[in-house]
Design a protein around this ligand. Structure first.
Ligand SMILES: [Fe+2]
Length: 271
């Protein structure tokens, strides 16, 4: 007797994984995080503990990133062509510094003011923190995402990823500013350089909490989000960001770009 299996199609994540297996990843470790803190580009609640861990020879990988895991794309726009890049990032779940409440995390950075960036969690669970503007007031958006969920980071926002349940894999696409075909990924003006918010996350048991600098009280009210903005969901659903990027024509990506800029008050950030 022959078993008849239902017809299925591989998920887009399978394509991403296949591409990732053909190229090396970049690894960011605790040393990179501490270097960023020392340079004023990242903030830690307990930097002394992180430095002590490094001194003791503890330098765990925080994440592995496959930059341009699939080829870049270019879409037309009124102001000129828009270049898109796509990364796959794996958070193995290593605790940065043993004995501290610092959860597995990225380093965090500011996006450029016109940068469109969207994340889709593929597996695991991540907490996405990003600055946001609500009626012109800066807030910190707090969003826990499981597989298939998306986060639209507003242009000009600072954002940080925390791995709640690891290993966690996250696919993201973002726009760069370089003319198509003239820059390598290493030359991308990917980040806006500015001091980070003195904000982080600590974990106690399974409970994540916002960490702030007691000597610089946070001026960022927390905005707890459970879903993408109403305007954003139809741009990626129902098939998801990876399928959109891999299989859809320019129209869908152009709509993502146009709608994101249209719904973002990206000129109002104060640095
Ligand atoms: Fe970013």
């Amino acid at each position: 007797m022959t078993a008849i299996l239902p017809a299925t199609e591989p998920a887009a994540a399978t394509t991403l994984l296949t591409h990732a297996l053909t190229k090396p990843s970049e690894t960011r470790s605790l040393r990179d995080l501490v270097t960023a803190v020392d340079a004023g580009a990242a903030w830690l609640a307990d930097p002394a503990a992180a430095r002590a861990a490094l001194h003791d020879g503890h330098n765990p990988p925080l994440y592995h990133a496959w930059r341009d895991v699939v080829p870049a794309r270019t879409t037309p726009a009124a102001d000129g062509p828009v270049r898109w890049h796509a990364d796959l990032v794996l958070y193995p779940g290593a605790v940065p510094a043993p004995g501290t409440a610092e959860p597995p995390r990225s380093i965090g950075h500011w996006n450029t003011r016109t940068q469109v960036e969207v994340f889709q969690v593929l597996t695991g669970r991540v907490l996405m923190l990003h600055t946001n503007l609500v009626d012109g007031t800066p807030v910190l958006a707090w969003r826990s995402c499981g597989p298939g969920e998306h986060v639209h980071v507003p242009p000009g926002a600072w954002h940080l990823t925390v791995a709640e349940h690891a290993p966690a894999a996250v696919f993201n696409i973002y726009t760069g500013a370089e003319p198509p075909g003239t820059a390598t990924p290493a030359e991308l003006p990917k980040y806006h350089r500015a001091a980070p918010p003195r904000l982080g996350v600590t974990i106690t048991g399974d409970q994540l909490s916002l960490a702030t600098d007691p000597s610089h009280p946070s001026t960022w009210p927390v905005q707890h989000l459970s879903a993408s903005p109403d305007w954003a969901a139809p741009l990626t659903d129902p098939h998801g960001l990876a399928t959109l990027y891999l299989e859809c024509d320019d129209t869908a990506l152009s709509a993502l770009h146009d709608q994101t800029l249209r719904h973002s008050d990206h000129t109002a950030w104060e640095r």
